[in-house]
Design a protein around this ligand. Structure first.
Ligand code: SF4
Length: 183
């Protein structure tokens, strides 16, 4: 896998102050995409153990709430093994940090259904996630007032609650972040 960018102290892509990893490669090609250069799987730099170590170091300060995965498409089958290795190491070092992922694929129809490569890899990937923001960006449904998403077809899904319930449960920030702490 290649990656385009790592952002430290990111406050735009999930609750609190986070580290964001923008992976390379996306086959969705949504019109109006915010990051067209990252459609190319060869864009950016190779993602290595050194990259993982940099991310682990960035996650260390207590005020960093967790990691957000963006792209590109973090769920493309060829990107999943490298992301899973990253998440494995994050959870081993910082079990309390939250993991968010953005995907143009649908959580129930594509990801949980095992349509994106070996299901055991996808299942391990999903087991590390707290929230997934799913669905392609749709320009005609773009809404600048939406929090943490670009168009209103995209869903903020509470992954752990959804797995427990056996159906999609939307993320409610007061449940996980503390009522009244964030607006
Ligand atoms: S899924 Fe995301 S990165 Fe891929 S084309 Fe759509 S908006 Fe761009």
């Amino acid at each position: 896998m290649n990656y385009a960018t790592i952002k430290n102290n990111d406050i735009a892509n999930g609750p609190g102050v986070r580290v964001s990893l923008f992976v390379s490669g996306c086959t969705h090609k949504c019109p109006g995409c915010f990051n067209e250069v990252a459609w190319d799987f060869d864009y950016g730099q190779p993602f290595t153990q050194e990259t993982i170590d940099i991310i682990l170091d960035m996650l260390k300060p207590p005020h960093i709430k967790g990691l957000t995965l963006l792209g590109g498409e973090p769920f493309e089958p060829q990107n999943q093994p490298a992301v899973v290795e990253l998440l494995r190491q994050i959870k081993a070092n910082y079990p309390e940090k939250t993991i968010w992922a953005y995907s143009g694929y649908l959580f129930d129809r594509d990801i949980l259904a095992g349509k994106l490569g070996p299901k055991e890899i996808t299942d391990e990937y999903v087991s590390y996630l707290d929230v997934i923001v799913d669905g392609r960006f749709v320009q005609s449904r773009k809404n600048l007032s939406l929090r943490f998403r670009g168009s209103d077809n995209q869903r903020l899904i509470d992954v752990k609650a959804s797995l427990k319930a056996g159906e999609v449960v939307l993320w409610q920030d007061w449940q996980t972040e503390g009522k009244g702490l964030r607006k």
